[in-house]
Design a protein around this ligand. Structure first.
Ligand SMILES: Nc1ncnc2c1ncn2[C@@H]1O[C@H](COP(=O)(O)OP(=O)(O)OP(=O)(O)O)[C@@H](O)[C@H]1O
Ligand SMILES: [Mg+2]
Length: 460
């Protein structure tokens, strides 16, 4: 076998022949070295061989003294393959250019004259990073594949794994399932997954949002009505329950159903028959019920807003979806998957998040959960101009960075220490809540006006 085929490819771009020779000689044992003397040749080789690592001299002909051609090459290469690790080589006055290159997405920079051993270390680190990133991408692909088994629901954390187990256990049975969780946690996604894995999967999945329909219309929405049953009822209309015959009926925001209708719903669940509004006929209907709520149903029962007997019918099995902020590493996992998805959708080359953006994603409380994350990433991918998504692309307001807590000897009195800690905690609460003062106050256990007073006191 040709040795060159098995070695990792590196492309050396330099207009000086001696340097090319030196590097080829120095690197040839470990890597398959490709050489280019100018930009055009470099880009041709780059496209053909897709090397993982490139060393790029910025001073290329026809602009040997300047950097224009070098930057053009850098830009082109990153457009073609954003994951490439490009090490920019500059003259000894090239600090500014080096920084600019790194901002554009270069992996690292190196100042001439070339010290082979030093450069080798940088190159070997670049390849190492490539391996890690490739492994990461592979892992993500496996996760996406496995998400396919769970109908596209992504979750590696333990609670979500338990959710998947429950879904699989109940899907094939006929039991009713109540899914609870904050807004945007994926309740409807779970309901659809249960339906799609059930024996009813070829029959319809009918969703009705009980919270979005005025009380007066809800009964007719659910059970349908006969012609002439009320003013404006010109024709017979079937309700969602009948449409779901043989399939699944998803009662979204079930906590919002008014008391009178709760009774009617309960009767239907017991007798498996409905009467359309204004009708007398009992119509047998075969549906499986799934429900969702983002209010605390137990509390609603205590307050007398939700009937216990109905709950014991519908909540035979309950699935409680954790808020995104309690899902550990899932936040970053989802953020990366959404990034890849939207980058493909919008046909944009994006390498990932800046470290600062990542910190925000991890620290933020995500009150709108997965939906909010999905929306923020979508917007960021659309708006971003560079290759990295920054915190403000995600809509995180830049907040003052907090000074670290001073050393003990600098603190002085206990009062000073308390003040310093107070300030620190306020800043951190505001930051993790993405600038939402009400939420920050909540976390700190003070009222909003109090928090404003404290912010004023600390000059925040
Ligand atoms: N674990 C997950 N993996 C991938 N996508 C998810 C996940 N959870 C939610 N989503 C996505 O987030 C969005 C919101 O999900 P869904 O509509 O199921 O939430 P919900 O709990 O019903 O929200 P609401 O209470 O506001 O109705 C959807 O686009 C959904 O595809
Ligand atoms: Mg929903």
């Amino acid at each position: 076998m040709d040795k060159g085929e098995t070695l990792n490819k590196i492309l050396i771009v330099d207009d000086i022949e001696d340097i090319r020779k030196q590097l080829k000689w120095g690197l040839g044992r470990e890597y398959a070295v490709l050489l280019a003397a100018d930009g055009t040749e470099a880009l041709t080789l780059f496209r053909r061989h897709q090397p993982l690592v490139v060393t790029l001299d910025l001073g290329l002909p026809p602009d040997e003294e300047g950097t224009e051609e070098g930057f053009r090459c850098l830009h082109e290469m990153l457009q073609i393959a954003p994951a490439t690790k490009i090490i920019v080589i500059t003259g000894n006055d090239g600090r500014e250019n080096a920084l600019k290159a790194v901002q554009m997405g270069a992996y690292d920079h190196y100042t001439k004259p070339v010290d082979l051993d030093e450069l080798k270390v940088i190159i070997s680190r670049a390849f190492h990073l490539q391996t890690i990133e490739a492994e990461n991408r592979r892992l993500q692909s496996t996760i996406i594949e496995r998400a396919g088994e769970n109908n596209g629901i992504i979750g590696q954390c333990q609670v979500m794994q338990q959710v998947f187990t429950t879904i699989r256990k109940v899907a094939q049975s006929e039991v009713s399932v109540m899914v609870s969780g904050e807004s945007g946690t994926g309740k409807e996604l779970v309901a659809r997954a249960i339906h799609d894995m059930s024996l009813r999967k070829h029959a319809p999945f009918i969703a009705i949002n009980c919270g979005a329909i005025p009380d007066t219309l809800l009964e007719s929405e659910l059970f349908g009505h006969e012609k002439g049953s009320f003013t404006g009822a010109h024709v017979r209309v079937l309700g969602k329950v009948e449409y779901a015959h043989k399939g699944t009926l998803f009662l979204d925001e079930i906590g919002e159903i008014p008391g009178v209708l709760q009774v009617k719903l309960l009767r239907f669940l017991q007798e498996k028959k409905i009467q359309r509004v204004g009708g007398r006929e009992d119509i047998p209907v075969d549906v499986r019920i799934l429900a969702a709520t983002n209010i605390d149903i137990t509390k609603a029962m205590e307050d007398g807003r939700f009937r216990e007997d109905l709950y014991y019918r519908i909540g035979v099995v309950t699935i409680d979806l954790p808020p995104l902020r309690n899902r550990g590493d899932d936040v970053m996992l989802l953020a990366n998957l959404f990034l890849r998805k939207f980058a493909t959708d919008f046909n944009k080359k994006i390498r990932g998040y800046s470290p600062e953006a990542e910190q925000y994603i991890i620290a933020y409380s995500w009150p709108g959960n997965v939906r909010e994350l999905e929306n923020k990433v979508q917007r960021a991918v659309l708006m971003v101009t560079g290759q990295l998504i920054e915190a403000d692309d995600l809509g995180f307001a830049a907040l003052p960075s907090s000074p670290a807590i001073p050393e003990v000897q600098e603190l002085g009195t206990l009062k000073d220490a308390r003040e310093a800690l107070e300030r620190e905690m306020i800043l951190s609460a505001i930051r993790t809540q993405g600038g939402n003062i009400a939420k920050a106050a909540d976390i700190l256990g003070v009222s909003r006006p109090t928090l404003y007073d404290l912010m004023k006191k600390h000059g925040i």
